[in-house]
Design a protein around this ligand. Structure first.
Ligand code: AMP
Length: 543
């Protein structure tokens, strides 16, 4: 027997409609390249999203077409989230920190028709314009007074584009399974891979995000996402924060600036903030130096990389702020596990609760977790057994965009293999112990170890090279190059590191190189990275 409930599609535009009606006066504050303090209301935001939707229709977009953004966190980027997806197009958020070849690959692979860009990325786009010739035009997200001189063809001004349109617009009735947004991950080897979210997955993920034991968001909150809008939809906050009607603070291009973030927390009354560990290090350092306390802040959701215990302790002891560690992936929208306290564990000692908070988190409803051994057998949740971490659920990707299953990331029984290795304890708390994917996560951004190894191997004095990620106090992880010299050849540290100049982005160059006689190998001749990481577990990078 079927139930007798309405069949209402879960659409991103329904969040906009709800928010404009129910929280129309709520404020959104942004720092932008053209305004250090922009303020307006939800009502204005969603009226402008409709103007944008009208403008996109007029540009001749068809359902499912990709419209890209190259932008920091601010109100115009939020308008894109709703205007593009709500109108039935796909909002493709691009990470401007990727190196130019990756940008070219991503833009061409996604077949972006238009790129909406912040002022400061115009020169970057100019430098690759001849390689992305299928893009029909560029919209600079600023007003007419700030429009730059540029060699980009067909370049429009965002404010002029919107001003020509009415805010009268009826969001189309879309199929909830149609694509809403696209984000590429370079978190594995090879070309970046596109994760294509749909309206349904986005709404379900946002519902999960607001729950008390997950991000715990309410209309009383003031939320500052420091995780970029170009990185997995800022962990869903553009939807979840708007869904509950919280005040939103966007730091714009100041996302890495501890002083600005600290001031925003104080001046705007930020109660919940989210970002990778590297960002909080800058905030905590500034607060310490300037003798500031993060008074209004109740909760910092920190994830995307392992969170050091010292950070959790400093937030708690000096500022009275709860750190909730989160674990997830671009492929998972991204929320998978969040470290909130569970009934029965509230009587823990100080040290025990810190130890618990250092784990990645417990699975949230909507994402199933399992750990398996090399033969695919499920391992016990005893906190000891470790194995490949696999997930499944309605906001986990079923494949990558246009790869037709060739990535091999899914198991035969329908689970997604995360490339992380983990333990899960009897209470369900998961801890990441290693990674099977050959990448290093530095300050929240991926570096491919294989790419760095290939560059090293091209040096005539190198017989074999391996790159491993090791703990770093500021960037969480940095690459260490381990080299076996070719017989009778010599190469010094400086020369070896200088070899990378012009071959990879500066921030990807290994921090140090060590020379050893032999690398550990598996039976099939691959370098045993786990063994190598163990060998260098006590290594410390030079200052
Ligand atoms: P991304 O797709 O860029 O968000 O990266 C996802 C990956 O970041 C995961 O597969 C992990 O390797 C890593 N990661 C995310 N959160 C954590 C965490 N709390 N602890 C350790 N690693 C994490």
């Amino acid at each position: 027997m079927q139930g007798m409930m309405m069949d209402a599609p879960l659409l991103i535009s329904s969040i906009a409609e709800h928010a404009a009606k129910n929280h129309g006066d709520r404020e959104i504050m942004s720092i932008t390249a053209d305004n250090p303090e922009h303020r307006y209301t939800y009502r204005e935001c969603f009226a402008r999203s409709k103007q944008l939707a009208n403008a996109l229709d007029r540009l001749g977009m068809n359902r499912g077409d990709r419209v890209a953004t190259l932008a920091w966190n601010d109100y115009r980027h939020l308008e894109m989230y709703y205007g593009v997806s709500g109108a039935g197009y796909v909002c493709h958020t691009i990470n401007p920190r990727l190196f130019p070849e990756q940008l070219v690959f991503i833009i061409n692979h996604a077949e972006d028709r238009w790129i909406f860009t912040d002022l400061m990325f115009v020169p970057l786009l100019e430098s690759i314009a001849d390689k992305i010739s299928r893009v029909e035009g560029f919209v600079v997200m600023t007003d007419a007074a700030h429009m730059p001189e540029s060699s980009l063809s067909n370049m429009l001004c965002y404010e002029t584009l919107l001003a020509a349109e009415s805010s009268d617009y009826t969001w189309p009735d879309l199929d909830e399974r149609c694509a809403s947004s696209l984000c590429y991950t370079s978190g594995t080897t090879g070309d970046p891979k596109g994760v294509l979210y749909d309206h349904r997955s986005t709404i379900l993920h946002a519902y999960a995000g607001v729950a008390p034991d997950v991000l715990g968001l309410s209309s009383l909150d003031c939320i500052m996402p420091v995780v970029p809008l170009f990185h997995v939809n800022a962990w869903g906050t553009p939807y979840s924060a708007v869904m509950v009607g919280a005040k939103i603070v966007f730091p714009g291009p100041k996302m890495g600036d501890g002083e600005t973030l600290c001031k925003l927390i104080q001046a705007e009354g930020v109660s919940v903030t989210l970002g990778v560990p590297t960002v909080w290090l800058a905030v905590l350092q500034y607060a310490e130096k300037a003798g500031k306390r993060l008074d209004h802040l109740q909760r910092a959701i920190v994830g995307g990389a392992a969170v050091p215990q010292s950070m959790i302790k400093e937030f708690r002891d000096k500022h009275g702020v709860e750190v909730r560690q989160g674990w997830g992936m671009t492929e998972m929208s991204p929320l998978g596990a969040v470290n909130s306290i569970k009934a029965g564990l509230d009587g823990l000692s100080d040290q025990q609760s810190l130890d618990l908070a250092t784990r990645a988190g417990r699975g949230i409803f909507g994402v199933e977790l399992r750990i398996v051994d090399d033969d695919g057998n499920e391992l016990p949740w005893d906190g000891e057994a470790y194995g490949a971490l696999q997930v499944r659920g309605p906001w986990v990707c079923s494949d990558y965009f246009r790869l037709g299953g060739s990535a091999g990331a899914h198991t035969d029984d329908g689970w997604f293999d995360t490339g992380d290795v983990a333990t899960i304890d009897a209470e369900g708390y998961m801890a990441i112990t290693d990674r099977t994917k050959d990448v290093i996560k530095s300050g929240g951004e991926w570096i491919s170890s294989i790419e760095l190894e290939n560059v090293a191997m091209d040096h005539p004095a190198v017989a074999e090279a391996a790159v491993i990620g090791l703990a770093h106090p500021k960037w969480t992880e940095r690459p260490l190059l381990v080299v076996v010299k070719a017989e009778g050849q010599d190469v010094g540290k400086e020369e070896m590191l200088a070899w990378y100049k012009g071959k990879v982005a500066t921030w990807c160059v290994p921090n140090d190189v060590v020379y050893i006689d032999e690398l550990p190998h598996t039976a099939t001749g691959k370098v045993k990275k786990i063994e190598l990481r163990r060998q260098f577990a006590d290594y410390q990078f030079p200052n």
